[in-house]
Design a protein around this ligand. Structure first.
Ligand code: FE2
Length: 386
């Protein structure tokens, strides 16, 4: 069982009571990456992760300074954007950070109010409320900065029936690899610098009305070599969950410190996507070339019955199958979960993906942290960054 500090009682009803409702969020709208080559990145996410072509903006649609490819799988929308000119904030972002997440967009009913409520509580504005229109109606967007150069955009699309956003055209492709069963974004994790976690926890509380419902300290999250601390922030309806990590002192370099060094600042560390059949999803991803962290040793799988306790009876997935794929299992009071982590998906050791299947559990796999970090440290050792 996970050893975690629960800051509020489990149960979304309780979180809803504690969270403030000045910023109602309907869900994640899209995640936008700034990348060096959006055409090739889009091909990668289609081929390797099974995303489907949805929309496009670029020279052919009258956009002169950038190209954006929009991909979809389940409820997840990814936007891959690259600069077409050298004098570009997109290009500068890629130069400093490498490929990474620029925008975590949130779906709202009222983007003007979302901007007013958050900026009046201290958020730095990224974009004032802006109306965009085309033949399919109008979208209102606004944006604020969060950690580092990362941005939250608020997207109000109740008066819009188009494919994605005004300015984009539908993208019909002859190349449509089958999806792998990715359903929605379960959570997105941010890495911040030394001693900055509580600053950002307070920012999400004060500016966004979130609550801190779980905490993991460096005694929970450590190995022989390195450590980190993490606090999980959630909005009122529990649809948006943002854990925030900071490095902690260990004998060697924390993986969070490695991220901050290579990203050259705070940023999105991983995107956790939900599936309801992790064995099938991970087998597909592996067959398509997605690289995952190596499986923990035999002893980890021998200890699963003990780790799951009473939940072992309801576990449907055969242990030999999850072991073969290197999938991790953890449990909390309410059920169990299965999860696995990719290696970084760009050349810098920065952003990676998590595939997660929740079977009642609402935690984040704290019981797996040690096995996970030992696996990450084996990779850090190879990179000479441990
Ligand atoms: Fe995660």
């Amino acid at each position: 069982m996970s050893k975690i500090v629960k800051n509020v009682e489990y149960g979304l009803e309780k979180i809803f009571e504690d969270a403030q409702d000045f910023l109602p969020l309907l869900g994640t709208d899209y995640v936008e990456f700034y990348v060096g080559n959006a055409k090739q990145a889009a091909h990668f996410y289609k081929t390797a992760f099974g995303f489907q072509s949805l929309a496009y903006a670029g020279l052919e649609t009258g956009v002169k300074d950038r190209a954006s490819y929009v991909l979809k799988q389940g409820k997840i929308r990814l936007v891959l954007t690259t600069a077409l000119i050298s004098d570009s904030a997109i290009g500068e972002h890629v130069k400093k950070h490498g490929d990474g997440v620029k925008v975590i967009a949130l779906w709202v009913d009222d983007a003007r109010k979302a901007w007013e409520e958050t900026t009046s509580r201290g958020a730095k504005s990224y974009m004032e409320p802006t109306v965009e229109k085309d033949a399919h109606g109008e979208v209102v967007r606004s944006g604020i900065y969060t950690y580092g150069e990362t941005v939250h955009m608020f997207v109000e699309r109740k008066n819009y029936t188009g494919t994605f956003l005004p300015g984009y055209q539908s993208w019909e492709s002859d190349y449509n690899p089958t999806p792998v069963g990715l359903k929605f974004i379960d959570h997105m994790v941010g890495n911040v610098g030394w001693g900055e976690m509580d600053t950002w926890v307070k920012w999400y509380e004060d500016v966004m009305g979130f609550v801190n419902f779980l905490s993991f300290d460096d005694k929970t999250i450590h190995t022989e070599y390195s450590a980190l601390m993490s606090k999980v922030m959630s909005n009122g309806n529990g649809r948006i969950k943002f854990p925030i990590n900071e490095p902690a002192k260990g004998n060697k370099r924390s993986q969070i410190e490695e991220y901050i060094d290579f990203y050259e600042g705070p940023g999105a560390q991983h995107i956790a996507v939900a599936t309801d059949n992790i064995i099938e999803t991970v087998a597909q991803l592996k067959a398509r070339g997605v690289e995952f962290l190596s499986a923990p040793p035999q002893a980890y799988y021998d200890e699963i019955p003990e780790r799951l306790g009473e939940h072992m009876e309801m576990m449907k997935e055969p242990i030999p199958e999850i072991q073969k794929l290197g999938i991790l299992v953890d449990a909390d009071e309410e059920g169990y979960l299965l999860q696995i982590f990719t290696k970084p998906i760009e050349d810098r050791p920065t952003l990676f993906f998590e595939i997660i299947q929740r079977m009642g559990a609402r935690g984040f796999g704290a019981g797996n942290f040690k096995a996970l970090f030992e696996s990450i440290e084996r990779e850090q050792e190879k990179r000479g960054t441990l």
